[in-house]
Design a binder for this molecule. Structure first.
Ligand SMILES: NC(=O)c1ccc[n+]([C@@H]2O[C@H](COP(=O)([O-])OP(=O)(O)OC[C@H]3O[C@@H](n4cnc5c(N)ncnc54)[C@H](OP(=O)(O)O)[C@@H]3O)[C@@H](O)[C@H]2O)c1
Length: 361
């Protein structure tokens, strides 16, 4: 194991993609969590070489991704586009690092575990390719609450609609919304067909339509029969994490003009009759979940309040009117914290504990 002079015997961590939307939140989390790491090496593309970023109160210079940059790394977090992870994660693993990958490159590989520490921490120990995958942000924003309900009631079906924040599309998504908002703020736009589109222009960034003053029923790329890649990820990844390969899942992913924090409506059907009281008891005590559910007092989660926090927020808990085996929920989760960086950090901490011989799971 590589060691850093001041932190002898501790694992060396590489953050690949340290300059991105996820990477930036990762550096905050690493600064807030218990300091278990030796060296923390910050890696990005050659565009960012020499930039200095703060982590653990120290300025660290960014280096370019290369074989050399991965020398002596024990745990490598990959917060980079799919194609970069696909090429470089196996290189890091071959050099002896345990990779925790945030991209979509390996999530459905049967030799790569897909891990949510509150739901399936044991899966992190079996990693034949030396790679552990982090689920996508939409799945992660709901799966901790669903995992807790599944453990008690036995999940049988999921029907989900997402209300996804623009930072799910990285820095470019945030820049696009902010630019569009500046063009429509203080106007009377939003009253005639196409007026918002004309105001924001043809460059809609990573989105197919204007996102300011709008709701866009699309996230990701086109898959078979009109489904989007994001919808397929929610279905496939929920099944894999929960160990329910045949779970019926229907998903519609929608982009909304929120900077950060994904919301979802969830219709979850279980093995037998459920009660709201029992569901509330489970959610109120589940690690990583906050039950915030008192509509009479105007209390339910919203992205504006959940952003920047760690838990999965759950409100509007109801039993389905026409099915006593089903629950309706509204869930909010910060897509850059639990939805990506936090979950990756938690997995990396499990691995570090294992490497240090303390047994993490
Ligand atoms: N945003 C979310 O909510 C979210 C949630 C879960 C998972 N993810 C996944 O996490 C990954 C990163 O997403 P993001 O939103 O943080 O994207 P982003 O803001 O666009 O950042 C991309 C990062 O990757 C680096 N990078 C790009 N090309 C590279 C190359 N050829 N070599 C080395 N580094 C390279 C960039 O470095 P430079 O600054 O030098 O270009 C930057 O640090 C993606 O796979 C994404 O799907 C994102």
């Amino acid at each position: 194991m590589a060691v850093d002079a001041g932190r002898t015997g501790r694992p060396t961590l590489a953050v690949v993609g340290a300059t991105g939307a996820v990477g930036s939140v990762m550096l905050q989390i690493l600064s807030q969590h218990a300091d278990i790491w030796g060296e923390i090496r910050l890696i990005a593309s050659s565009r960012s070489v020499g930039r200095k970023l703060a982590v653990r109160g120290e300025e660290v210079e960014v280096v370019a991704l290369s074989e050399e940059a991965l020398d002596g790394v024990d745990v490598a977090m990959f917060d980079v586009p799919d194609e970069v992870a696909e090429r470089w994660a196996p290189v890091a693993a071959a050099k002896g690092a345990v990779v925790v990958d945030n991209s979509g490159a390996f999530r459905m590989d049967p030799e790569v575990p897909l891990v949510v520490p509150e739901v399936n921490p044991h899966a992190a120990r079996r990693r034949p390719r030396g790679i552990i995958a982090n689920p996508n942000c939409t799945t992660l924003s709901m799966i901790v609450a669903l995992g807790a309900l599944h453990a008690e009631f036995g999940l049988r079906e999921l029907v989900v609609s997402s209300y996804q924040a623009v930072s799910g599309a990285g820095r470019a998504g945030v820049e696009t919304l902010r630019r569009q908002l500046s063009l429509v703020a203080g106007t009377e736009l939003g009253t005639h067909p196409g007026d918002v589109r004309r105001a924001v222009g043809d460059d809609t960034g990573p989105f197919p339509e204007p996102v300011a003053l709008n709701v866009v029923p699309w996230a990701g790329s086109l898959r078979e029969d009109g489904w989007s890649s994001e919808e397929m990820k929610v279905r496939d990844e929920s099944r894999k994490i929960l160990g329910l390969p045949a779970l019926p899942v229907a998903v519609t992913c929608v982009r909304v003009p929120v900077v950060t924090t994904h919301s979802l409506t969830v219709h979850a059907r279980f093995e037998s009759e459920v009660t709201v009281d029992k569901a509330r008891e489970i959610l109120a005590t589940a690690p990583g979940v906050v039950l915030f559910d008192d509509p009479a007092a105007g209390e339910f989660p919203t992205p504006a309040d959940a952003v920047g926090t760690d838990p999965t927020w759950v409100g509007r808990v109801r039993r389905a009117l026409d099915d006593p085996t089903a629950l309706e929920l509204f869930v909010c989760g910060d897509n850059l914290r639990k939805g990506s960086a936090l979950n990756t950090a938690q997995i990396a901490e499990l691995v570090a504990a294992e490497l240090m011989g303390r047994g993490g799971v």
